[in-house]
Design a binder for this molecule. Structure first.
Ligand code: DAH
Length: 344
């Protein structure tokens, strides 16, 4: 073995001892860093010895190289251990201590769904007029959904093309009107109720149709009610929901359970009734169906049509929400898109 190699090995052993002794007295992270620079840094003895390796005779290189590698591994391991010890000590010292100056975590409190919000607004208007709130089942029978409402047995909307049947007898209600029947079968007039609820139809999905949607039904039965009362109430409602100056109109229509019947339009808020893409150039947008309760319906629930008179309406909640908030696609209400929902 050459003197040079012997010297290198001796220095390696000495370095190991010196580094170990120095590490034992490292007391904090600053001292640890100084230790690292001294024993593992670019200008350290270890680095110098590693460079000198190339000048050794070929035969003695492997043993010298191994000794240097072992030393480096040992020093790096020691460095890592001491570093972990300090980190643990720090975590331990921080336990149970609270920094009151840190900003708090703001909880995500969520918000109401636009359909819920719109329903609450509709309900606020009618409850202020003395209407109470009723509800009924989403799974209905043909009697409540159709028969009692004076739909003839062969009426097209009874068809499985339009209505989602569970079996021969039960179906998913196609409107909230069956709750009119349930209310009248269980209460005596005079009465005034609104009925919020989910409805179902076998509709193909597009920008304005969805197989699930929401309606708010209204029913008022008393002994001195006119079509004028109905129209005045809905005109006030239109201004309440869409803002002062909103006009409404009745467009003659047919429903089996009302006579006369109308569809209810409001003036388009986008173009002020002039005509634009939103209202299809008409200046008006349909929001509800309405009319005076048909005498046959009264008879079906055991009310005397000579004694009582009433009005009813059924409005589309999605429709109203879309107009109110400028939503142009009904599907947005059901996709749970956070970016959409956060706007309400
Ligand atoms: N049920 C009707 C529909 O879904 C809406 C309706 C029209 C409800 C007239 C009523 C009414 O109460 O009087 O198309």
């Amino acid at each position: 073995m050459t003197d040079e190699t012997r010297k290198l090995l001796a220095e390696t052993t000495a370095l190991k001892k010196a580094a170990g002794e120095a590490a034992a007295s490292v007391a904090d992270e600053k001292e640890l860093e100084r230790w690292r620079v001294k024993f593992l840094g670019r200008k350290s003895a270890l680095s110098r010895l590693s460079k000198s390796l190339s000048s050794l005779p070929e035969a003695e290189k492997p043993a010298a190289g191994r000794a240097l590698n072992e030393l480096r591994a040992e020093l790096e391991g020691r460095y890592g251990r001491i570093q972990r010890q300090f980190a643990e000590k720090k975590a331990e010292a921080g336990k149970g201590r609270i920094d009151y100056t840190l900003p708090g975590i703001t909880p995500a409190i969520g918000s109401l769904h636009p359909i819920t919000k719109t329903y609450y607004e509709i309900a606020a208007f009618f409850t202020a007029l003395g209407f109470s709130i009723a509800d009924g089942p989403e799974v209905e029978d043909e009697f409540h959904n159709f028969g009692a409402l004076n739909f003839p047995p062969d009426h097209p909307s009874r068809d499985a093309q339009d209505t989602l049947y569970i079996n021969d007898e039960w179906l998913l209600r196609t409107h909230t009107s069956p709750v009119q029947v349930r209310v009248m079968l269980s209460q005596e007039p005079p009465l005034r109720v609104i009925v919020p609820g989910r409805c179902y139809r076998a509709d193909a999905v597009d920008a304005s149709h969805y197989p699930v949607f929401h309606q708010v039904e209204g029913l008022l039965v008393d002994d001195n009610v006119s079509l004028g009362d109905l129209k005045g109430t809905l005109a006030a409602f239109a201004e309440y929901v869409f803002g002062p100056g909103t006009k409404m109109r009745f467009r003659p229509h047919f429903f089996p359970f009302t006579e006369p019947s109308a569809e209810v339009d409001v003036s388009c808020a986008v173009c002020d009734g002039v005509g634009c893409p939103t209202c299809g150039g008409k200046g008006w947008l349909e929001i509800a169906g309405a009319g005076m309760v048909h005498p046959s319906v009264f008879r079906n629930v055991g009310y005397d049509p000579e004694r009582w008179v009433g009005y009813a309406f059924g409005m589309g909640v999605e429709r109203i929400a879309m107009l109110k908030y400028g939503v142009n696609d009904i599907r947005l209400f059901y996709e749970n898109d956070f970016a959409f929902l956060q706007q309400f």
